[in-house]
Write a protein that binds this ligand. Structure first.
Ligand SMILES: Cc1cc2nc3c(=O)[nH]c(=O)nc-3n(C[C@H](O)[C@H](O)[C@H](O)COP(=O)(O)OP(=O)(O)OC[C@H]3O[C@@H](n4cnc5c(N)ncnc54)[C@H](O)[C@@H]3O)c2cc1C
Length: 461
């Protein structure tokens, strides 16, 4: 069956507006990391049944396809390689909160921000909070097992998924997990889908766990001489039994960038920890005292903000990425993660390497999770050397017991380095699992751990 025949068949089954071809497909060629070739067609299901029909038709025709949420991925995961079609979930956006069971049902195209708002309307909270909340979908979050600022206390996306509705590449449908909070029946295939980067199945629905909204919160901006004292102080705080709701490190070069933006950086400061605590007012009072003692021991300045004006402190972090983009046309954002006690060593290594090679880097990140963003700032003519530089950074992260990606996924961007993190036997197992789900290798070919067509892409960062 040709593309034309497949498009006609899907139009006949679902109506003309379920299929885009030609120029309408161009916006579906890119995510936030790179642009590929425009797909031959985009299919837009309105429900799981339509999704299954699309998959079945494509699989029978032997034509490749890739799921797409809202295209904010940072690793090329949603790019249609090898003339793959796109199955876009932008029309499947229904959300239903069930406060009586502290759960929420969502279709895959639902905007994360809308899910957070729907939970908040019942005094509840869906904690995973990637910074892209206003523009990414829950389907994309589940496929990437996305993290965010609040994951240090609450966990990542996968920790909040109770059940998934999925469509296998050949169109068969199933439910993985259940509405029960505990369920150990059989192998945990739901966990296999979470973080599988759209390589195993199409996610058509999710049941998410909610928690009560904390009654109170307080935030701190704590300035240190260097990153080592900042991460050591944070580790001591966490060891003392205080788990911050958010704990972000902003290290050395970032402070120079912030100072240029008009942020008042204290003399001698080489690192900033932004922290927030949440819970009941009584718990906050006790934790706030503990934080003042533990962090105060090495801090050179500490500023506190109550719930009403804490966003003023967090705005410091929000300003960073736009400020970096003013400094260099290219900003490569690596998202490595290392064990909590190796962060200072990693940062020192990366900064020494940058100094030795005359590169500009700026490091910030989720220090409560050891998930650090190494931003390599480059001029156009410097881009060629970036691969080697990133290679050394990835090797060091893995050598310290960490990983090449803590939240953005492998996609195409890091497939060259996956072998550093996974041994050959693990990679073989991943590929064998892919063959069970997708024997014809038609779903999201060429991504993450499974070889596929060469990527003809133009990077966007
Ligand atoms: C400004 C900005 C800030 C960001 N901050 C963070 C952050 O703090 N933490 C973080 O983890 N990430 C962050 N990201 C990355 C990105 O937003 C996340 O990876 C997000 O989960 C992608 O969602 P999406 O809907 O845009 O997915 P897409 O980019 O459309 O797709 C991503 C992957 O998911 C697959 N997929 C999408 N929907 C489905 C589905 N229904 N079924 C199966 N597979 C599917 C795709 O095939 C692709 O492989 C950020 C991105 C930006 C631009």
């Amino acid at each position: 069956m040709s593309w034309q025949d497949v498009c006609q068949s899907i139009r006949d089954q679902l109506g003309d507006d379920a299929v885009y071809t030609g120029e309408a497909c161009i916006p579906y060629a890119a995510d936030r990391w790179a642009r590929g070739e425009a797909p031959p067609a985009v299919f837009l299901p309105r429900n799981p049944e339509q999704t299954a029909r699309i998959a079945r038709t494509l699989y029978e025709a032997g034509l490749p396809f890739v799921a797409r949420g809202l295209g904010t991925g940072m690793s090329g995961g949603a790019l249609p390689l090898g003339k793959a079609a796109v199955v876009s979930f932008e029309r499947m956006t229904r959300i239903a909160a069930h406060p009586e069971s502290l759960t929420l049902e969502a279709e895959p195209g639902a905007l994360l921000k809308d899910i957070q708002t729907a939970a908040a309307a019942h005094g509840l909270m869906y904690p995973p909070d990637p910074a892209s909340a206003e523009e990414c979908s829950i389907g994309g979050n589940i496929a990437e097992n996305a993290g965010g600022l609040s994951c240090v206390k609450y966990g990542v996306t996968g920790d909040f998924v109770l059940a998934l509705d999925i469509v296998l590449p050949d169109g068969r449908t199933l439910v993985l997990g259940s509405r029960a909070r505990k369920d150990v029946a059989g192998l945990d295939l739901k966990r296999l889908i979470i973080g599988s980067e759209g390589t195993l199945a199409l996610i058509t629905g999710a049941v998410l766990r909610l928690v009560p909204q904390p009654q109170a919160s307080v935030s701190f901006a704590v300035w240190f001489r260097d990153a080592a004292s900042a991460v050591e102080s944070l580790r001591k705080l966490m060891q003392s039994g205080v788990t911050p709701a958010r704990a972000e490190l902003i290290a050395s070069a970032c402070l120079t960038i912030l100072a240029n933006e008009g942020v008042p950086v204290p003399d001698g400061a080489g690192a900033l920890l932004l922290l927030s605590l949440d819970g009941s007012p009584a718990a906050i009072r006790a934790e706030r005292e503990a934080a003042a003692i533990v962090l105060g021991a090495q801090a050179i300045r500490m500023e506190t903000a109550s719930r009403e004006d804490e966003e003023r402190l967090w705005n410091i972090r929000t300003r960073l990425s736009p400020a970096m983009k003013k400094l260099a046309p290219i900003k490569i954002n690596l998202d490595i993660a290392v064990p909590l006690d190796r962060q200072a060593e990693f940062i020192a290594f990366a900064e020494d390497l940058a100094a030795a090679r005359g590169r500009m880097i700026a490091i910030f990140g989720h220090a409560g999770d050891g998930n650090l963003h190494v931003n390599i700032l480059l001029r156009e003519e410097e881009y060629a050397g970036a691969h080697d530089f990133a290679d050394i950074i990835f090797r060091q992260a893995v050598a310290l017991g960490g990983t090449i990606t803590g939240e953005h996924g492998v996609g195409i961007a890091k497939s060259d380095w996956l072998g550093l993190r996974l041994d050959p036997l693990t990679l073989d197992l991943c590929r064998a699992i892919k063959k069970l789900f997708d024997p014809k290798n038609l779903l999201n070919p060429g991504k993450a751990y499974y070889p596929g067509p060469d990527a003809n892409i133009e990077r966007l960062i």
